[in-house]
Ligand binder design. Structure first.
Ligand SMILES: Cc1cc2nc3c(=O)[nH]c(=O)nc-3n(C[C@H](O)[C@H](O)[C@H](O)COP(=O)(O)O)c2cc1C
Length: 82
């Protein structure tokens, strides 16, 4: 069994929109929305780099990322550390 439970996967698939936090070289946070989020497999969430130069630059120097997803109607959400 992978990290992503079936409920997590359903919530991501239903929302499609995640917010991805990365770390800038000066240590400050960088948070931006990604509306192309998909579950890749039981351990991975994918988003498409359409216009994310800051996120991609940060990932190249520091792979830490925290995607989070929320269903505002259910008032449920998850934050993931990767
Ligand atoms: C609702 C919404 C969804 C978005 N989805 C994506 C996405 O899936 N992929 C992407 O590259 N940019 C997406 N964007 C655009 C980026 O969030 C935006 O260009 C942002 O400024 C990028 O910041 P960054 O360079 O720090 O990642 C989306 C923007 C909004 C408002």
């Amino acid at each position: 069994m992978g990290i992503l439970t079936s409920h997590m996967q359903q919530l991501i698939a239903g929302q499609r929109l995640i917010f991805a936090a990365t770390v800038c070289p000066d240590g400050t946070p960088n948070l931006s929305p990604k509306g192309t989020a998909l579950v890749w497999d039981d351990d991975h969430i994918l988003f498409i780099d359409l216009a994310s130069p800051g996120t991609m630059r940060n990932q190249a120097s520091n792979p830490a990322i925290e995607p989070n997803v929320v269903d505002v109607f259910l008032r449920k959400g998850y934050r993931f550390k990767g």
